[in-house]
Design a protein. Structure first.
Length: 70
């Protein structure tokens, strides 16, 4: 039996995790600040943590588009 109660503190659809494309840090949507590229976010799995977002000056390293927060 799997216990599912008492697990919806935020009312979200559940925790979705991504890994930063640069430092491979685990990022939890809804818990960590995550940025993605509107153009290559889906095709290249381009997700970035806040530290790398700042390091990239808010620009995608692949297509130079502006990154957007998830
Ligand atoms: Zn990172
Ligand atoms: Zn891009």
């Amino acid at each position: 039996m799997v216990k599912l109660l008492g697990n919806n503190a935020c009312g979200h659809l559940g925790w979705v995790t991504r890994y930063c494309s640069i430092c491979s840090r685990k990022l939890v949507i809804g818990s960590n600040a995550i940025y993605t590229c509107p153009k290559c976010g889906h095709t290249l799995n381009a997700y970035f943590c806040l530290a790398d977002y700042n390091r990239l000056h808010g620009r995608c390293p692949y297509c130079k588009s502006e990154l957007v927060p998830i």
